[in-house]
Design a protein around this ligand. Structure first.
Ligand code: ZN
Length: 275
């Protein structure tokens, strides 16, 4: 699927159009993960917060490329407003939902909730999580540089999903949009070979959920920020602790220590975000 307004035979998605009987509230809630972003590691943690029964609807993952924007259109990967703009674009088409995840060089950006089917490929909407990989892989290489980084992020995300839902990796659990008989697109790009993706996914290590990354007392964060010469805006918004606008999902209060700790990796990510 493509984000560009002038691309794609989006009329094919009519089976998922919002009917007049559906409420505006419904429309509003179908893109609930816009604003959420994970590294592959934190994504694996996040999946454990979703009951398994809510993940039974899918039997695999369907890969797409964004086509537009391409890698060169997004030299620094996605920003939150890019995802929000795509959601707004889909809403103008009356889509009830969109793809589930957008993968860039190092992060997975949420769009549609993983607990429900999305809208990304007519033939695969009902049984597959849709992951969009940043890039135009009709012309940009998936095998080196940023293209490879974006594919690696996407494949790690897919591995986490299969692992959580206990679905074996196979040519049936990993689909390419172009395998949908109802499309003539090359998506996720004619340069990407499915055998390569399957092979990569067999060799990639699943992000290590239980490996503790060093935790840091949040009282130390201002010193870390100072050392990195970035501002330190630590605050609580809607029950979530944010550092410079980035949610620290790993933040937990330790009763014994009477302090709040978060993964160092996540803190560093929040810091590098504005560097
Ligand atoms: Zn596609």
């Amino acid at each position: 699927m493509h984000a560009s307004p002038n691309v794609g035979r989006t009329g094919k998605q009519t089976q998922h159009r919002v009917t007049s009987g559906e409420t505006a509230l419904n429309l509003k809630t179908m893109f609930n993960n816009v604003g959420k972003v994970w590294t592959p590691d934190t994504f694996r943690d996040y999946l454990t917060t979703i009951p398994l029964t809510a993940l039974r609807w899918f039997r695999g993952v369907c890969f797409h490329h964004t086509w537009f924007p391409s890698l060169s259109d997004r030299p620094n990967g996605f920003k939150a407003n890019h995802i929000a703009n795509m959601r707004d674009f889909y809403r103008t088409k009356d889509w009830r939902s969109g793809p589930h995840l957008y993968a860039d060089d190092d992060q997975l950006w949420g769009m549609s909730e993983l607990q429900e089917r999305g809208v990304h490929a007519v033939g695969f909407n009902a049984g597959y999580v849709g992951i969009e990989v940043l890039g135009n892989f009709d012309v940009e290489s998936p095998y080196a540089g940023r293209g490879n980084a974006c594919w690696t992020t996407a494949m790690l995300g897919a591995l986490c999903l299969l692992d959580r839902a206990a679905i074996p990796l196979s040519p049936m659990s990993i689909m390419f949009h172009r395998e949908d008989p109802s499309t003539t697109k090359t998506c996720p790009g004619q340069l990407v070979k499915k055998e390569w993706v399957l092979q990569q996914m067999q060799t990639l290590d699943l992000p290590l959920r239980d490996t503790p990354t060093p935790a840091r007392d949040l009282k130390m964060v201002s010193a870390i920020c100072r050392a990195n010469q970035v501002p330190c805006n630590l605050n609580v918004v809607g029950g979530q602790i944010k550092l410079n606008g980035v949610v620290l999902y790993t933040a937990v209060y330790d009763r014994l220590a009477e302090a709040t700790f978060a993964d160092l990796k996540e803190i560093e990510h929040a810091i590098s975000h504005i560097k």
